[in-house]
Design a protein around this ligand. Structure first.
Ligand code: NAP
Ligand code: HSE
Length: 434
């Protein structure tokens, strides 16, 4: 007789793992109606068996021995929500070796070793899905792979890290202190165990590597994503941005022009009318532009227990449906496009610059000459006294310029004695390159 349930081995019972148990238990009837099979949690791997848990689980489910799950012939699918590279990678490869399908929320792992894992899955005829790894509860990976399969994507912009968006929103709306809000984000379960990867842009870079690989159908490595985080963003920058009509967001950008691509993550000034400017708190959003469809935007909770768990369990549902159809491991389309990365002279953007200068005659003229020599013209300029009037602060927004020219200008500024400090430099979204 055919099996009536699918057995799941859950690796991890933290924020996401707890949500997975809640969704599987709470939505059991709906899941069964959609798949025709029951979904049963068979065993759960944790690090500390004695840790108090916020959900009731059957005590026999819980173990600290990974082999009890990975080599249990009764387990059909392994859900990996422990995070990190090791031992998650070894566990996933071992699970695939045993012919088990895998669902993971692990962007660290998929951004770095996704190709190897997917290759192994294909060899073993297994599914590997990782929807929750990017933008938590937003089904963006499925949208890119299936929804946009008939189009050619030219640009993706993502607010894909909930922790930093939460911090920047509180700094913008309440003038809150960076360190205090980071602590709050950790307590709410948004930040990674080590929040450095959130605030330094690495978490968002991993997600942009995954998004651009799927969206551009070309294999984009994590090392090819230029990443800068928010730890140097100040309340002053946010206030000046506001004065000029911009909101500061940690923005992932993936752009394709003439088959050449650029992928980056950096604090960016976004015009306050842009739909991404009003994505606040822990919410994420991914803007996708397709040649045929034009502009689309996907919005939703990017982290947290239940939103992330919905993405994990939806992947589980796909595995179960594939199982019923007998097509596990056959749906994957490997990246097939040749990847050509843009050089810095082809990366075009407007920029916001804040300089502290000597308050002397002719300083502005020297600055504008350096900019003009690098073929950069100005869209807006503000000047005001600084340091009790002993110095001046100059805030500028450039017209569209090449990144190579901007880097050259900043190098020259640093050598000029009348320029005391280049306080900040941000990419500005918008302008004629759109
Ligand atoms: P978490 O709260 O830190 O939970 C990790 C769980 O894994 C804990 O139950 C821990 O056991 C267990 N664990 C860790 N290392 C282990 C090991 N070596 N052996 C056995 N068990 C181990 O993490 P999380 O926030 O749920 O995140 C899980 C994954 O989802 C990560 O890849 C993360 O990037 C991703 N993700 C998280 C979110 C979110 O909102 N949190 C959103 C999207 C994606 P103990 O409980 O015994 O300590
Ligand atoms: N730390 C991540 C974030 C969790 O803040 O977005 C979701 O991937």
């Amino acid at each position: 007789m055919e099996k009536q349930t699918v057995n799941v081995g859950l690796l991890g019972l933290g924020t996401v793992g707890t949500g997975v148990v809640r969704i599987i238990q709470g939505h059991q009837e709906d899941l069964q109606k959609q798949t025709g099979l029951g979904i049963n949690i068979h065993k759960i791997l944790v690090q500390d068996k004695d840790k108090p848990r916020s959900i009731d689980t059957v005590s026999e489910w819980i173990t600290t021995d990974a082999n009890e799950l990975l080599s249990d012939p009764l387990i059909d699918v392994i859900v990996e929500v422990i995070g990190g590279i090791s031992p998650a990678k070894e566990y996933i490869l071992q699970a695939l070796e045993h012919g088990k399908h895998v669902v993971t929320a692990n962007k660290d792992l998929m951004a770095l070793h996704g190709a190897e894992i997917l290759q192994k899955a294909q060899e073993r005829g297994c599914d590997v899905f990782y929807e929750a790894s990017v933008a938590g509860g937003i089904p963006i990976l499925r949208a890119l792979v299936e929804g946009f399969s008939s189009d050619r994507i030219t640009k993706m912009m993502g607010i894909v890290n909930g922790t930093t968006n939460y911090i920047l929103t509180k700094m913008t709306q309440e003038g809150a202190d960076y360190a205090e809000v980071l602590k709050e984000a950790q307590e709410l379960g948004y930040a990674e165990a080590d929040p450095t990867s959130d605030v330094e842009g690495l978490d968002a870079a991993r997600k942009m590597a995954i998004l651009s690989t799927l969206g551009f159908r070309a294999s984009v490595d994590l090392a090819e994503v230029d990443a800068k985080g928010i730890s140097s963003v100040t309340k002053e920058d946010i206030a000046y941005g506001k004065k000029l009509g911009y909101v500061v967001k940690l923005l992932g950008l993936a752009r394709r022009d003439d088959d050449e691509i650029e992928v980056s993550v950096q604090p960016t000034m976004i015009p306050k009318e842009h739909p991404l400017a009003s994505v606040n708190g822990v919410f994420n959003a991914v803007y996708v532009h397709g040649e045929a469809v034009g502009e689309t935007m996907f919005y939703g909770p990017g982290a947290g227990e239940l939103p992330t768990a919905t993405a994990v369990v939806s992947d589980l549902v796909t595995v179960v449906k594939n199982k019923k159809l007998g097509v596990n491991g056959r749906g994957m389309v490997a990246p097939y496009k040749e990847k050509k990365l843009k050089t810095d002279d082809k990366k075009l953007s407007k920029y916001f610059l804040r300089l502290i200068v000597a308050d002397e005659r002719g300083v502005l003229a020297q600055i504008t000459k350096i900019l003009a020599d690098a073929d950069i013209s100005l869209e807006q300029v503000l000047q005001q006294p600084y340091n009790g009037g002993k110095q001046a602060e100059i805030i500028m927004v450039t017209h569209v310029a090449a990144k190579s020219s901007l880097d050259q200008v900043i190098g020259t500024f640093s050598d000029l004695s009348v320029i005391k400090e280049v306080k900040s430099c941000y990419r500005v979204e918008g302008g004629s390159v759109e």
